[in-house]
Design a protein around this ligand. Structure first.
Ligand code: PXP
Length: 237
């Protein structure tokens, strides 16, 4: 069965729009778990545009499923991760002006830095995943770190507007997934996945975990978070 990590950043985005206390992502985590989420994913960004330090601290206590912290390899965030000790950390690149994470990590260009962060997180017992494009060279470089998993960036697949392009991206993801598994990493995927495009990604051999945010939270506005999560869980399996 594929595990579903529900990214609840957007719940915090709504709260931050009014700089108030609701909706509380901690409540959202509980609702997501009631719907069958296997993990709760949050991204503590350096600019704190949605998730706040307080959220991560309380989620650490409240989440019964796995807590997955998406994070940049920046000293302040690494320090917080080492204090909070989520079950899993997913290392992502971060740019201040981006609307959402735009690409995978450049492991080739930042090997020493990433290696050091992986080592630090693993010394705390945190399971470490690298968010990578389906690029075989980056995945091979990822092996130079001691990371446990690779989350393949499904954004280009998700944005493809023709079936030819979508199929080509799916081939890339499938080949990348093969290499990820051969190298001994656990295989994760995520970004831009929806109720309509997720099934082929869920069929990639050895897919272990999918992290999905926007589409689930969007549907939750209409049907409630518990039902939105339950429906996604049903579809991916
Ligand atoms: N995985 C990673 C590494 C991400 O950065 C994000 C976005 O925060 C997601 C998955 C979820 O993407 P989406 O919100 O498009 O489902």
């Amino acid at each position: 069965m594929i595990e579903l990590g529900v990214n609840i950043d957007h719940v915090a985005t709504v709260r931050q729009a009014r700089q108030t206390t609701e909706p509380d992502p901690v409540w959202a985590a509980a609702a997501a778990e009631l719907g069958g989420a296997d993990g709760i994913t949050v991204h503590l960004r350096e600019d704190r545009r949605h998730i706040q330090d307080r959220d991560v601290r309380i989620l650490r206590e409240a989440v019964q499923a796995k807590l997955n912290l998406e994070m940049a390899c920046e000293p302040e965030i690494v320090r917080i991760a080492c204090e909070i000790v989520p079950e899993q950390a997913t290392l992502v690149p971060e740019k201040r002006q981006e609307i959402t994470t735009e690409g995978g990590l450049d492991v080739l260009g930042n090997l020493a830095k990433i290696k050091k962060v992986v080592e630090k997180l693993k010394s705390k017992g945190i399971f470490v995943s690298l968010f990578l494009d389906p690029d075989l060279k980056q995945i091979e470089a990822g092996k130079e770190t001691d990371a446990d998993a690779v989350e393949l960036h499904t954004g280009t697949y998700s944005l493809a507007t023709t079936s030819v392009n979508r199929d080509a991206e799916l081939v890339k993801l499938t080949n990348a997934g093969k290499l990820v598994t051969q190298l001994g990493f656990r295989l994760h995927g995520g970004h831009g996945l929806t109720y309509h495009n997720v099934i082929p990604v869920a069929h990639i051999p050895n897919m272990f975990e999918l992290n999905i945010g926007h589409s689930i939270i969007a549907r939750a506005l209409m049907v409630g978070l518990k039902d939105a999560v339950a429906e996604m869980k049903r579809i991916i399996n």
